[in-house]
Design a binder for this molecule. Structure first.
Ligand SMILES: [Cu+2]
Length: 121
């Protein structure tokens, strides 16, 4: 009973909400690229990410294991150092690579993991 009433309310309210902001401008910027990188028992998955020079890309790191030394990472080319990756909590990192080539990312403790951001010109 309660659920049905709630659903009816939601449906009734929806057009009013939509009418509240009819003038929302279309997004001007191209869609942001987002890539999820998990930290698992096997390390970074995927280990390699492709990016384009001068175009922002958001890396979402998600550590799903405690059996790893990758609890914090560095991306030296982006001056990122000791970025903490709490267990099961996504951490977003947006970068805009300025040079074509390969940017490494790895664990802060030992520079392990062998992650690569391949930046295309
Ligand atoms: Cu390590």
């Amino acid at each position: 009973m309660h659920l049905a009433a709630l659903a009816a309310l939601t449906i009734a309210a929806a057009p009013a909400l939509a009418a509240d902001r009819p003038a929302a401008p279309p997004p001007a910027a191209p869609a942001e690229r987002v890539v999820e990188i998990k930290v698992t028992d096997a390390g970074f998955v995927p280990r390699e990410v492709r990016a384009k020079k001068g175009q922002p890309i958001t890396l979402v790191f998600l550590r799903i294991t405690d059996r790893t030394c990758i609890t914090a990472i560095d991306v030296p080319a982006e001056k990122v150092k000791g970025l903490e990756l709490p267990l099961n909590k996504p951490v977003r990192l947006t970068i805009t690579p300025q040079k074509a080539g390969v940017e490494a990312f790895h664990c802060s403790a030992m520079a392990m993991g062998g992650g690569k951001i391949v930046v295309e010109p």
